[in-house]
Design a protein around this ligand. Structure first.
Ligand SMILES: [Zn+2]
Ligand SMILES: [Zn+2]
Length: 151
């Protein structure tokens, strides 16, 4: 079953991220932490320039490269995901395990739900290997109508 980071609870996500940082010796700087917090609070896909706007109120020196570096850190460590077709960022509900992003995106209400279908990843990787193709990242975005909007 899918779950959004919002339902999972921001506190729980933060705890997982902090734990992962301690274990992997990563530094969750105040800016990185704040960017993560903003994405978690958004509860849906958020664009880099929206993050920049929000950050400017507290970090007057926040410039695009600073925000992109913080986003890269969060992405590289699988603490957030990037929706490729939307060019937007979403929080991850299970940041403790590295995984590729798989999402259900509602065309009516914009709700994004992360799903976990490892068999899909395995299928894609197997097919890619058969082509002698070496994948660097894999993002699955399924568009449609969510349960709430169907009702
Ligand atoms: Zn995830
Ligand atoms: Zn919907």
């Amino acid at each position: 079953m899918g779950q959004t980071a919002h339902e999972h609870g921001t506190t729980a996500v933060f705890a997982s991220v902090e734990k992962a940082c301690r274990e992997r010796g990563l530094r969750l700087t105040p800016l990185r932490r704040q960017v993560l917090e903003l994405i978690l609070q958004a509860g849906g896909p958020v664009k880099a320039y929206d993050l920049l706007d929000s950050l400017k109120t507290s970090h007057h020196s926040a410039a695009p490269p600073t925000v992109y570096r913080a986003l890269d850190f969060l992405l590289e460590n699988h603490f957030i995901h990037r929706l490729e077709t939307r060019n937007a960022y979403v929080s991850c509900f299970h940041p403790e395990a590295s995984h590729s992003g798989q999402f259900l995106i509602c065309e009516q209400c914009d709700q994004v739900t992360e799903i976990n279908a490892p068999e899909m990843t395995q299928g894609v990787l197997k097919a890619a290997a058969e082509q002698g193709f070496k994948p660097s990242k894999e993002v699955v975005e399924v568009y449609g109508t969510c349960r709430k909007c169907i009702e």
